[in-house]
Ligand binder design. Structure first.
Ligand code: ATP
Length: 308
């Protein structure tokens, strides 16, 4: 067994050279990804980046055209039937006439070593909804039932595709609180999301996809740094777009009254030029771009060369 194989055998998820296409669309186009046990990984990317396709391959809902996918050293469908993976997908239909207790209990009985039903309901924060029929649940409550269904297998890996899409801010917070309890036990989570603040707050690691490829992979701080950009905020009475546009290394700017904010690939150069052109600039602050800035920069394609 060489070093790579050893990593693969111990990995929670391993994708090696994975490609999946639908007709002319290369939904996943050569992805190599290893997730270690205990990691909480956010999968980010714009619409159509290939996140759901990657998630489906990990869950054994599709097979790659090329490459291999394994979960704790097993074929994905084997991992699912062994109860190693719990999944929460965007579109899982619930049976309207069953109560929450019946629904989660039914799924639990399909697994060899299910979590006690009461524990699954408690961990998903839906004990008070146990007797309610699915048809009477709100969108956010249904998502929590799907979460309980994912938990009831007592899985080592949870895979969540946009888990909080239908939840309001309060429900989202409670949901992530439940997730914390799950990850504290050292288990692995992979979640696809459009909410950058969720990735920033809850993930140990961010994997950014675009056009079926991984374009950035690292901690939130590392991904931010990859984007390389900085922001400059200042107060500059009388500044006009004509002046700002002439500044070097500028990628974007905004102006509200006397306040300007500049995005730059080389803040030292931009700032020197700014102070030369407008010595009256004051209250200057230079900061790293947020994850949102990094996301936009890394998924727009403009910085592709810079990060390879
Ligand atoms: N079953 C399918 N048949 C044909 N094309 C598909 C199919 N599933 C996905 N695609 C295409 O593959 C590409 C990747 O789609 P995918 O759903 O994986 O992206 P995503 O990153 O999850 O997007 P979103 O954020 O919008 O959910 C898209 O161009 C999509 O149209």
């Amino acid at each position: 067994m060489d070093n790579t194989d050893e990593v693969a055998a111990g990995a929670a998820v391993r994708m090696a050279g994975v490609r999946k296409h639908y007709g002319d669309v290369h939904a996943v186009d050569g992805v190599d990804l290893t997730i270690a046990p205990g990691e909480v990984v956010a999968l980010l990317g714009p619409n159509g980046a290939g996140k759901s396709t990657a998630v489906d391959l990990i869950l054994g809902l599709g097979t790659p055209d090329h490459g291999t996918v394994s979960v704790f050293g097993r074929e994905p469908h084997q991992a699912v039937s062994d109860g190693v993976i719990g999944a929460m997908l965007q579109s899982g239909t619930l049976l309207d006439d069953l109560t929450v207790r019946e629904t989660v209990g039914l799924v639990g009985r399909l697994h060899r070593r299910p979590l006690p039903l009461a524990d699954a309901l408690r961990q998903a924060g839906i004990e008070d909804l146990a007797g309610r029929r699915a048809s009477k649940l709100s969108g956010g409550q249904k998502q929590r039932v799907r979460f309980a269904i994912a938990l009831v297998a007592d899985p080592d890996l949870l895979v969540l595709d946009e888990p909080t899409a239908a939840m309001d801010v309060g429900s989202r917070r409670e949901f992530w609180q439940s997730m914390y309890s799950f990850t504290e036990t050292g288990r692995t989570v992979l979640f696809a999301t459009h909410y950058l603040e969720e990735a920033e707050e809850f993930a140990d690691r961010v994997v950014l996809m675009r056009d079926g490829r991984v374009v950035a992979d690292g901690s939130v701080a590392e991904v931010r740094a990859l984007a390389g950009g900085r922001t400059i905020h200042a107060v500059l009475p009388g500044a006009g777009p004509e002046l700002l546009r002439t500044l070097p290394a500028l990628t974007d700017f905004a102006q509200r009254g006397d306040r300007i904010s500049l995005s730059s690939t080389d803040s030292d150069r931009t700032l020197r030029a700014l102070l030369q052109a407008a010595p009256a600039a004051r209250e200057i602050e230079v900061g790293a771009v947020g994850l949102e800035g990094a996301f936009l920069s890394l998924t727009s394609g403009e910085t592709e060369e810079a990060i390879r």
